[in-house]
Write a protein that binds this ligand. Structure first.
Ligand SMILES: Cc1cc2nc3c(=O)[nH]c(=O)nc-3n(C[C@H](O)[C@H](O)[C@H](O)COP(=O)(O)OP(=O)(O)OC[C@H]3O[C@@H](n4cnc5c(N)ncnc54)[C@H](O)[C@@H]3O)c2cc1C
Length: 671
């Protein structure tokens, strides 16, 4: 059966769209039309394809899950650190814990600044070189111990965690580790390991999720020994205090040059680098986040990382493991939330009993506890998979980021609700009134950004969805490509037919249907069977979607995001079951099984709702209303209130010329 033929095929009962509501074109408005948009998308896809590591030797558990192949053997038994890594890692955590316990969160929150002595203390502990190899003076932690360290640092103050994470995961150390030459490593890594701070500068006022239109330029000098860098970069975390910058800029094509987005290491004190502003946010008040301007900044040619045109590949590959920092921060926030909610709900008596004993609060406490267990299960599994370099963990890391950033936000919101008015009150105000300074509202504010940076939730959905439909695109690519000639399409259809003839039957039956299978998981076996069955069902649904929408599938973002959310739930369930199995003979074994059991039961309800939503939804109506809204058809609805600020441009305009402002000091106080 070819995909073209199958577009009329009816899915089996239970998966069929009983009443198709989504016949119209894409439910989500297409990106604003601009010249070259189509080419940009294709180029981005090509670059993403090229970013795949050739040397991965093991399949990805997450990717297989989307294809209906539940490869439990890839994650069970749960991977473990080597004895040497464990010894080094545990000793480091001990030292870090001792130091971080001395950091005062309230001072950072009050002053909107991380004190110099805190940065110095972390420097002395080697925190700016945690992942840098020992041969360059770093601590040489594995991904697992690095994220455990981040949990400790982030729990002292989240802006501090963000500083270390931006420096270590996306700043200079990681791209150099992956793509740097030996000379570059020797030149920059020892300085970073000793405590120089780095930042990663990709975003620009006009360029956010879609970096293909980058405006910053790097023009080769006539002698070919350097580049002249020009442009403005927005929201660079650490940009105010950094010593070294990774800057993404466009190099020109032609004259034998491939050109394209290119990554440079730039010394922050180079002439022509101006920190124009320090930005202030809803949360992470201690963040040293900048607007940085480059005016004819001379960057030596030997500071190009990985070659011209490799910038996007470097950014994508760096984020493969770099993305694991954020779930670490989220899991830490989950632990704080659970502890604060427990304390309060157990002691606060209303209507004759502790609020924990009122069912409305009890269900929140249970959700928070089970979900925090799940966040840690997902994080630890992913980081340990990342520590085996044979593994392809792009999907796993993206799922961890997506899942943890959404869940942690819900958890902190529930903490605020459980603490009632005190949840909304600042810690400083609580302390001033003589109460314990639980920073619940700070937790919520600090967490919000995790759903936006390092790949916003919507972008994570698309990134993971691409993998979910990747196999289909690989075999059916030419069929759905509008530019492909008829002959090539026919050939591709034959190839796809062969693939689906072999693949579809494998999705019909599996171990999850066999009563008593996965018995080694004890009382969790039923959940493992559910994951296996649902994994096949998701793959079938993806196939039906693909058959139905073909070339438009990529624009069915609402459908794809549900597929991805189901996959993320299945992944989290798998991680919980495997973790509980690992822990069950230990001192907290019974509790771990209980929490895994509860998380899976709650997750199954969410999965069932998502499965229903695949075919019964308001996506088409939503798309129509969104288009009319943007056209101004509901402007009357906005009447009756005073306008929000409607002065000035929505996006700041900038010119590549020199800044009129002087170089600012390295510490800029916020109002
Ligand atoms: C506190 C903070 C720290 C940051 N640190 C750094 C840093 O260190 N270095 C750096 O380079 N950048 C940094 N950023 C920038 C951050 O990575 C961007 O904010 C992020 O990439 C999103 O870009 P944007 O804000 O321009 O949103 P846009 O790209 O303008 O997106 C707006 C909305 O549309 C959605 N959207 C966009 N495209 C699509 C699509 N194709 N389909 C569906 N939905 C879509 C987005 O998900 C989002 O919800 C930081 C930002 C903040 C606020």
């Amino acid at each position: 059966m070819t995909t073209t033929e199958s577009s009329t095929a009816q899915p089996p009962t239970g998966e069929a769209p009983a009443q198709q509501q989504d016949e119209a074109p894409a439910s989500t408005p297409a990106p604003a039309a601009r010249p070259g948009a189509q080419i940009g998308e294709r180029e981005a896809r090509k670059i993403a394809e090229e970013a795949r590591e050739k040397e991965w030797r093991k399949p990805s558990f997450g990717k297989e899950l989307f294809l209906g192949r539940f490869r439990l053997d890839l994650i069970d038994p749960h991977p473990q650190p080597s004895p040497e890594d464990r010894e080094r890692g545990e000793a480091y955590l001990e030292r870090l814990r001792e130091y971080c316990a001395t950091i005062d969160n309230s001072t950072i929150e009050r002053d909107a600044q991380i004190p110099d002595e805190v940065i110095q203390g972390l420097r002395e502990l080697g925190a700016f070189g945690m992942k840098i190899d020992t041969k360059y003076g770093g601590v040489g932690l594995t991904n697992y111990y690095y994220t455990k360290s981040l949990q400790i640092i982030g729990s002292a103050n989240p802006a501090l965690g963000a500083m270390i994470s931006a420096h270590q995961s996306i700043g200079v150390p990681q791209p150099l580790k992956l793509f740097g030459t030996e000379e570059q490593k020797q030149k920059f890594l020892p300085r970073l390991a000793k405590g120089e701070i780095s930042a990663f500068l990709l975003t620009e006022p006009d360029v956010g999720s879609d970096p293909a239109r980058l405006g910053s330029t790097a023009t080769p000098t006539e002698d070919g020994k350097a580049y002249l860098l020009n442009g403005v970069k927005l929201w660079a975390t650490n940009g105010v205090v950094a010593d070294q910058l990774v800057v993404m800029a466009m190099t020109p094509r032609g004259d034998g040059r491939k050109g394209g987005i290119t990554a440079f290491v730039v010394e922050a004190d180079s002439p022509g680098v101006t920190v124009e502003r320090r930005n202030a946010f809803m949360g992470l008040r201690g963040l040293e986040n900048s607007v940085t301007r480059f005016h004819d900044v001379r960057v030596p040619a030997e500071n190009v990382i990985g070659g011209e045109g490799k910038g996007l590949k470097i950014a994508l590959t760096t984020l493969n493991t770099g993305r694991l920092s954020l779930p670490a921060m989220c899991a830490a926030a989950g632990k704080h939330s659970v502890a604060a909610a427990r304390d309060w709900a157990a002691s606060r008596v209303q209507w004759g009993r502790p609020v924990a004993r009122h069912e409305a609060i009890a269900v929140k406490l249970a959700y928070m506890t089970a979900s925090t267990f799940a966040m840690e299960a997902v994080l630890d599994l992913c980081t340990m998979l990342a520590d085996d370099e044979r593994n392809d963990i792009r999907i796993e890391a993206a799922i961890a980021k997506l899942f943890a950033s959404e869940v942690a936000w819900n958890i902190a919101d529930q903490l605020v609700q459980i603490r009632g008015g005190r949840g909304y009150e600042t810690a400083a105000s609580l302390v001033a009134r003589g109460e314990r300074g639980i920073p619940a509202e700070q937790l919520l504010r600090d967490l919000r950004i995790n759903r936006i940076f390092e790949g916003a939730t919507e972008i994570m959905h698309l990134f993971i969805a691409r993998e979910a439909v990747d196999q289909h695109l690989a075999v059916a690519g030419d069929i759905i490509d509008p530019d492909t000639a008829f002959g090539a399409k026919a050939k591709a259809a034959g190839k796809a037919g062969l693939f689906y003839a072999g693949w579809l039957p494998t999705l019909a039956v599996g171990k999850g249907q066999v009563p008593g299978s996965y018995a080694d998981f004890g009382k969790l076996a039923g959940h493992v069977r559910f994951v296996e069955r649902t994994s096949r069902r998701v793959a079938r649904s993806t196939f039906y979607g693909m058959s139905r929408w073909q070339g438009r599938m990529e624009q069915k973002q609402a459908f794809l995001s549900r597929i991805v959310d189901i996959g993320a739930e299945l992944f989290a369930m798998s991680a919980c079951c495997v973790r509980a199995k690992m822990l069950r003979d230990g001192p907290e074994g019974a509790e771990a099984v209980e929490l895994a059991n509860l998380f899976c039961a709650q997750s199954r309800l969410r999965v069932k709702a998502l499965l229903r939503g695949l075919w019964r939804n308001t996506d088409v109506a939503d798309g129509r209303v969104a288009r009319r809204l943007v056209d101004g058809d509901y402007a009357w609805l906005e009447q009756g209130v005073l306008p929000l600020d409607d002065t000035g441009p929505l996006v700041s305009e900038w010119s590549p010329g020199a800044s009129s402002e002087k170089d600012t000091s390295r510490r800029i106080p916020l109002p």
